[in-house]
Design a protein around this ligand. Structure first.
Ligand SMILES: CC(C)(COP(=O)(O)OP(=O)(O)OC[C@H]1O[C@@H](n2cnc3c(N)ncnc32)[C@H](O)[C@@H]1OP(=O)(O)O)[C@@H](O)C(=O)NCCC(=O)NCCS
Length: 176
């Protein structure tokens, strides 16, 4: 995959069909807190009520078609210096380096967009090897394991936690 084809942009209502291709797929949503979407109407409501109002949720696109998302969840009040990263893409695109590229672009953009942000942290289920690897490739350094920290679809999970080594991450990955 030519990384220049991969872009990030805010969600649009016209992404509903494309959103269904991953948010409607249990393979993708089993690792997310989202419930699997089942209809286009649910996708439209999700885009309108969740994606568009979100302070930093971007659609990962190829040729402007949504194939996934990357989200930065900012902390509030005394936690506004830090934010949590989330991401997923449609299963047919797995293993092509797309999420790694999308996270690199997101890091570069979100620190420019968020003057108060000094820490971007990511959590990965210790059983989710693809998620751990994508963070490692995007320049995150593992800081430790948080035991019994996460709750995912009825299960308590051990989570790896880490943040990017900003010296490792290319500051402007779009200029490649
Ligand atoms: C995790 C996810 C986003 C990765 O996206 P992706 O675009 O396939 O990621 P990349 O291609 O950039 O990198 C994936 C890496 O994980 C590796 N990988 C995949 N499955 C693996 C496994 N079971 N064990 C070890 N490594 C694995 C790939 O080989 C690749 O590493 P490599 O380039 O060194 O070969 C994608 O699998 C996904 O959407 N999963 C469902 C949602 C999810 O888990 N989100 C994260 C929640 S914390």
């Amino acid at each position: 995959m030519d990384s220049k084809l991969i872009t990030l942009r805010p969600f649009k209502l016209s992404d509903a069909d494309d959103l269904m291709s991953y948010a409607g797929d249990d393979q993708v949503t089993r690792s997310l807190r989202w419930k699997t979407l089942t209809t286009k109407d649910e996708a439209l409501t999700f885009i309108k009520d969740v994606c568009i109002p979100h302070p930093w949720r971007r659609s990962i696109c190829i040729d402007d078609r949504s194939i996934g998302f990357v989200t930065v969840f900012p902390g509030s009040s005394d936690d506004r210096h830090k934010a949590d990263l989330g991401y997923a893409i449609a299963a047919k695109y797995w293993g092509q380096g797309i999420t790694t590229k999308a996270i690199e672009v997101a890091i570069s953009q979100v620190f420019k967009d968020s003057p108060n942000l000094v820490r971007l942290q990511a959590f990965a289920d210790v059983e989710n090897k693809a998620s751990q690897r994508v963070l490692e490739k995007a320049g995150f350094q593992k800081e430790g394991v948080l035991r019994r920290y996460g709750y995912l679809k009825g299960n308590i999970k051990d989570l790896n936690i880490g943040e990017p080594n900003l010296l490792h991450v290319k500051l402007d990955p779009e200029s490649n």
